[in-house]
Design a protein around this ligand. Structure first.
Ligand code: ZN
Length: 107
C-alpha cells in the first residue's frame, strides 16, 4: 500500500476523504504552494500529488495532527507545535508497529 492509496482517514467521529491532487490557485498563499490542508467543513484532507511520497506522508501526518488537535478541542496550536508533534508522532508510529497492532486489536 502506498501513501497515495489512502483515501479516507477517520478522526474522532468524522471520516475525512483524502484527496491527492495538484493544488489550484486557491492553494497558493503568499506565493508559496500549500502542500496540504484539512477542510473541516467539507470533511476533506488535501495533499499535493506533485510531492514525492515521503513529503506526501509527512503532509498527511501534519494535516492529521491538525485534525487530532481540533477534534480534541485544542484550537490554539501554532504551526510549529503541529509540525513538531506530527514529526514525532510519525516516528513513533514507524518505530512501534507492535504497539499499534496491539491497540488496534482492543475492542
Ligand atoms: Zn498546518
Amino acid at each position: 500500500m502506498s501513501i497515495r492509496d489512502i483515501d479516507t482517514i477517520k478522526i474522532g467521529t468524522v471520516r475525512y476523504r483524502v484527496i491527492h491532487q495538484k493544488p489550484s490557485q486557491e492553494g497558493v498563499e503568499e506565493n508559496k504552494i500549500i502542500v496540504g490542508c484539512i477542510k473541516y467543513e467539507y470533511g476533506e484532507i488535501w495533499t499535493n500529488n506533485e510531492s514525492p511520497d515521503d513529503v506526501c506522508a509527512n503532509t498527511l501526518m501534519h494535516e492529521v495532527v491538525h485534525g487530532l488537535f481540533n477534534h480534541s478541542g485544542q484550537y490554539q496550536s501554532s504551526e510549529e507545535q503541529i509540525e513538531s508533534f506530527a514529526t514525532i508522532l510519525g516516528l513513533f508510529i514507524r518505530e512501534n508497529p507492535k504497539l499499534i497492532e496491539a491497540i488496534q486489536k482492543i475492542k
